[in-house]
Design a protein around this ligand. Sequence first.
Ligand code: NAD
Length: 340
Amino acid sequence: MKTKIAVANGDGIGPEIMQAVLRVFEANNAPLEYEFVEMGKSYFDAGHSTGMTDAAKATIENLGLLFKGPMETPKGKGVKSINVTARKVWNTYANQRDFRTLNGVDTVFSKAGIPINLTIIRENIEDTYGGIEHLLTYDVAVGRRIITRPGSEQVIRYAFEMARRKGLKKLACGHKANIMKLTDGLFLEVFQQVAKEYAEIEATDIIVDDLCMKLVTRPETFEAIVLTNLQGDIVSDLCAGLVGGLGFAPSANIGDNISIFEAVHGTAPDIAGKGIANPTALLLSGISMLRFLGFSKNAADIENALLYTLEQGVHTGDFGDKAIPSSNTNAFTDAIIANL
Ligand code: NAD
């Protein structure tokens, strides 16, 4: 029995990496069926204010799961991000980003024999991402930061449950409650309250600037970190850098009714259309989606094939041993399929 999911190709390198990942799923006989939905920059441009058609919205709400490629958002002036809108509309309040050392993906830490395996849980719908901003005068812009007790509690509870499920020993809360005493103070207070229900997990808190310093000096000391939206966004890109870059950073936006799986990276306009993008981050997101759906064997088989391919030194141009010629997206995908 196949599970039907909604798929949005995305913009820029989106269609190239999505095609690569779906080819791997097909070769693995993953029990999935796809309904492709109309969503992305071109639908914004065509006048759909949320960046998707009504039919796409209905399909995603009906199926409850969206697998998406990256989507473009203009910087500065212009429309709201489709990605942020989608997370908000469907209340996908917990953004889980897993980072780990992959053999074959050299970093300063892997070369020093220091393995990294850490998860960032980022609050996904509150904070400054509400986009409540206005100009007070020509020279002064004001933005509002909203942190709520229920919003904090649902993501912090998710983080503790995830830590319990994975058998983790530690969960840290990153914050700036020394300066933003009411907003980050509330997030930290909720963290400390919820922590009492999870006595087996060591709950610590750390000021976000100190956290950044410790992540780049001793990343192996962290197992999981929960943060507010903006701080979580920035810290998770830092963590992507620790394990080889954005090409290796998967992401799951989890809600009670709808969840969205996507790569952390964006549309990579500088390499779009060249057929050289690294599909690994989207594939890792797809692997966690298969696990989420209960298809653990398919997930494990695809993961093993990917890891073995990386270990063999096969790589796209954004990483890997420069002495070994890089493969384009198709050849990299073929190598994974050959290892299934
Ligand atoms: P980006 O992540 O698209 O690119 C940053 C750098 O990383 C570029 O040099 C790019 O070539 C490289 N890169 C990213 N993914 C890669 C991959 N799979 N393989 C090889 N190289 C890769 O960030 P950006 O340039 O700041 O953003 C471009 C657009 O993407 C913007 O419109 C932004 O809003 C959007 N964006 C979307 C999402 C999303 O859909 N979730 C996330 C981030 C950014």
